[in-house]
Design a protein. Structure first.
Lengths: 112, 112
């Protein structure tokens, strides 16, 4: 009756595209797993999202940059960040030597 | 500008009460960290919640029981379970030898 799974199962192989897997969708929120393999945002690219995103790094490592903050944030396992809606941000770096696994909880005005 | 923290920081010491820390509250959802030290639900006790709960075990191990399912679910790191509203459930066991760290995302009708 309960829906179950494991966040570290079926990780995409090294060299694969960044992978987004929806785990749960409910009114006003969406939970997804993201698997990165050294992915980073293209030069000059910023995420600018209509909904807030609470993100937790579960495995690996990454660096997030914010347009209005000169100090990037380095994330290790267990680190979480709340990214407000329209806070322009980018992935500056993710570990190229191991998969980086993120949990993202989007909430607010959720679009498809 | 981004709000940050680490889920494995400041864990309550062995022998402490089960600890609930609210990480985020937004309309229709609430995220909390739970730290258990061998805690389990009292005999005959069932959680019966008005809102659904998506729970992820991050560290340690635990066993969840559901009233309408004879098979308990053992959870290890990375395992997640969606517990529907009013699905009566209990913690049958959590690892007594190390902290068990959970992430719980409550959603739907959130009460205080």
């Amino acid at each position: 009756m309960a829906t179950t799974g494991n966040l570290f199962a079926d990780l995409s192989p090294r060299g694969a595209d960044e992978e987004f897997t929806q785990l749960l969708r409910a009114p006003g929120m969406r939970i997804e797993r993201i698997v990165s393999h050294g992915h980073k945002s293209p030069p000059g690219f910023w995420y600018d999202q209509d909904c807030a995103e609470w993100v937790l790094l579960l495995r690996g490592a990454a660096i997030l940059g914010f347009e209005d903050d000169p100090e990037p944030i380095r994330l290790e396992a267990g680190d979480h960040v709340l990214i407000p809606a329209h806070a322009r941000h980018r992935v500056e770096w993710s570990d190229p030597d191991r998969p980086t696994v993120w949990l993202a909880v989007h909430h607010g005005e959720i679009s498809d």
